[in-house]
Design a protein around this ligand. Structure first.
Ligand code: XMP
Ligand code: MG
Length: 179
């Protein structure tokens, strides 16, 4: 698996330090409140697990799965809810935890859904952002790292469902896409 990686972009330690920092900021932001933290599956599962351990206010968790890239590295442009929330967001302070923002389509669609369901507030925290690829006007409230326009894997992110368990963020060797 490690042999398929051309370059490590962000190390395990850098990611861990950043998550501690984000946890402190979010603990302050939500002081005295009880946010509903939503993990966007599957990519955000590791980030979510590490982040909530750094948040000191009481919170609740839920999970949502949306259609993404399938086995390709380009977005289909179509967003579909594959697994919906178990919890009502009505009147809740919702914190959306995302792995990476690319075109911005997924999150602009989800924000719209959550607002129509009468969430009290919607806040986005993303570990990674590729702003160069944005096609809609969408910004995260909190971002871990800004990345170049490269397809990345690891720390929850996959290529054809593989590499999610790498503890760092890396770029695949080009021959992996073509083989
Ligand atoms: P949009 O375009 O809607 O996409 O902002 C967000 C989703 O696209 C996936 N994505 C990636 N997955 N490496 C991946 O493994 C990447 O470089 C990458 N870029 C976008 C991701 O699932 C995210 O939720
Ligand atoms: Mg994904």
């Amino acid at each position: 698996m490690q042999n398929d990686i051309k370059e490590v972009l962000i190390s395990r330690e850098q990611i861990q330090d950043k998550i501690v920092e984000l946890g402190q900021i979010l603990s302050k932001e939500y002081e005295g409140r009880n946010p509903l933290v939503i993990c966007i599956l599957k990519g955000a599962f590791i980030f979510m697990a590490d982040l909530v351990k750094e948040i000191t206010v009481p919170l609740e968790l839920d999970f949502m799965a949306v259609s993404s890239y399938g086995a390709s590295t380009k977005s289909s442009g179509v967003v579909k809810i594959i697994k919906d929330l178990d919890t009502s967001v009505e009147g809740r302070d919702v914190l959306i935890v995302e792995d990476i923002i690319d075109s911005g389509l997924t999150l602009s669609y989800l924000i719209d859904v959550l607002q129509r369901r009468n969430a009290k507030s919607t806040t986005i925290v993303t570990l990674f952002d590729k702003p160069a690829r944005r096609t809609v006007d969408l910004q995260a409230d909190y971002t871990g790292f800004v990345l170049p326009d490269e397809f990345v894997v690891g720390y929850g992110l996959d290529y054809a469902e593989k590499y999610r368990n790498l503890p760092y963020i890396g770029i695949l060797k080009p021959e992996i896409y073509t083989s």
